[in-house]
Design a protein around this ligand. Structure first.
Ligand code: ZN
Ligand code: MN
Length: 479
């Protein structure tokens, strides 16, 4: 048997106003190349960097959210390597004094979280390459986990939860497609030695690093492939080479790129142009107070407060808009506070309203329905004033126009007919016209009754109270 050990290295572009060491705008939406650049991020001789406080605070917030230790002392270092997207010939990063140390998420230990700068972007033509420096110097957070992860599924749930936390903290949009969240995986596989009880913990096998993972799907597939590749080699008695491999998303394989660098290859040394960071000067308590409710807390609260099931809560928690809309609408329902109302609210929100949103292909910000009006609709449904069918019709009108549900019911004459005199004639008519079903019912077939109710409901355009219809049919068919 073989045991995989997986560690992650996750780079996240921070959402800050300015770049990490200059006052250029940090604008990921900018499409024109080389617009947000200056002598500092272009590495002209003699320029001096300054530290972006907003970026430092955002990394500390991530550290606080993950229960890391916030270092009292931190500093920046130069990581030297040569590549055309790196104008200085080195990256300002952090080597031995990262901002945050330790912490955990989903039972995976975090080794460190540090701050560095992003590189420019290379655009390759047929026989030329162009460089866009808009991204050069954008604040980049690097989080490194311990190799605690045992499977692709565990790795994916870790990165998805981290992505959610980064979004809750408003630290990054963490969109993988846009390169705002970049994941590198290191994997080693070692034989399981279960019958040596006194043995010190297994030494990890040779580590292989995988890059070019551009989607969650790719992360999962690459881990699965690489574990199997290493197992096969070990079973044949071959050695694993320590190297960096790239993921080929078309062939679904990892391919050798280069032998892994050691940290001494980068000739790290302290950045002489930046002062060390004295983090005791930062008001950590204040940053802690600024932390929003985190996903875990929200899950617990939603289950307790609204009586929803964990899998229902998950749908709301992963979508900040949905959770906010739900809560705002729920607060309008709270006067009578029955949990069944929250359930109705949840159902109409996640199936009906979300259905309309995805059909119309609009963004939530273009939604015309307010949570207040939505809650009013739920109250009306709850009181039994309209049938479910009418409710769906009203919701559609609300969705298209943003009108108030009570007003729609009033002007469109959609109020449920609950008094018997208004529907008894229809019940009689349906009985006359559907003698076969009447006979079936009298023979004891319950669904014949449902059929008759359905006929009457459709004659009444869905405005009848089904309970009253059922009573009337039963009464009429008694004799
Ligand atoms: Zn700049
Ligand atoms: Mn890095």
């Amino acid at each position: 048997m073989f045991l995989p050990s997986i560690g992650l290295e996750i780079h996240t572009e921070l959402k800050t106003k300015n770049k990490m060491f200059c006052s250029c705008l940090n604008d990921p939406e900018e499409e024109r190349p080389n617009v947000n650049i200056c002598p500092i991020c272009l590495a002209h001789p003699g320029v001096l960097p300054t530290i972006n406080k907003e970026a430092v605070e955002k990394v500390i917030k991530v550290g606080l959210a993950l229960n890391s230790k916030i270092s009292k002392f931190s500093k920046f270092d130069r990581k030297n390597y040569f590549y055309p997207d790196l104008p200085k010939g080195y990256q300002i990063s952090q080597y031995d004094a990262p901002l945050c140390v330790g912490g955990s998420l989903n039972n995976v230990s975090i080794r460190r979280i540090h701050l560095e700068e992003d590189t420019g972007r290379l655009i390759h033509g047929k026989d030329f390459s162009l460089v866009d420096f808009n991204r050069a110097g954008v604040p980049l957070m690097e989080l490194v986990t311990e190799p605690d992860i045992k499977s692709a599924a565990e790795a994916l749930s870790f990165v998805k939860e981290l992505q959610l936390i980064l979004r809750y903290l408003n630290v990054s949009d963490a969109d993988m497609e846009k390169g705002q969240l970049r994941i590198e995986v290191n994997i080693s596989v070692q034989p399981e030695i279960s019958n040596f009880k006194s043995q010190t913990p297994n030494k990890l096998g040779t580590k292989v690093e995988i890059k070019n993972l551009n989607s969650f799907r790719a992360v999962g597939e690459a881990i699965g492939y690489e574990i199997q590749r290493q197992k096969n080699l070990l079973e044949k008695g071959e050695k694993i080479i320590q190297e960096t491999r790239g993921w080929d998303d078309k062939k679904k394989i990892t391919v050798s790129q280069r032998l892994k660098e050691e940290s001494h290859d980068y000739r790290y040394f302290p950045e002489p142009d930046l002062p060390p960071l004295d983090l005791e000067k930062f008001d950590l308590d204040n940053l802690r107070r600024e932390l929003p409710e985190l996903p875990t807390q929200k899950r617990e609260r939603f289950i307790k407060e609204y009586g929803l099931l964990p899998k229902q809560v998950e749908i709301l928690v992963v979508d900040r808009f949905a959770a906010e809309f739900f809560e705002e609408a729920a607060s309008e329902l709270k006067i009578q506070n029955p949990k069944s109302k929250f359930q109705t609210l949840y159902n109409y929100l996640t199936s009906d309203l979300f259905g309309l949103v995805s059909q119309a292909k609009i963004g939530y910000k273009d939604l015309k329905i307010t949570p207040e009006n939505f809650a009013e609709l739920i109250n009306i449904i709850d009181k039994g004033e309209i049938s479910t069918r009418t409710a769906k019709d009203i919701l559609k009108i609300m969705f298209e126009t943003g009108r108030d549900p009570s007003e729609i019911i009033e002007t469109e004459g959609l109020k449920q007919i609950s008094d018997e005199s208004g529907i008894i004639e229809i019940v009689k008519k349906v009985i006359l016209e559907n003698q076969k079903a009447v006979e079936d019912y009298k023979k004891g077939r319950e669904n014949a009754l449902q059929f008759l109710i359905g006929r009457a409901m459709s004659e009444l355009k869905g405005r009848a109270n089904p309970k009253i219809l059922e009573e009337l049919f039963k009464k009429e068919l008694k004799d």
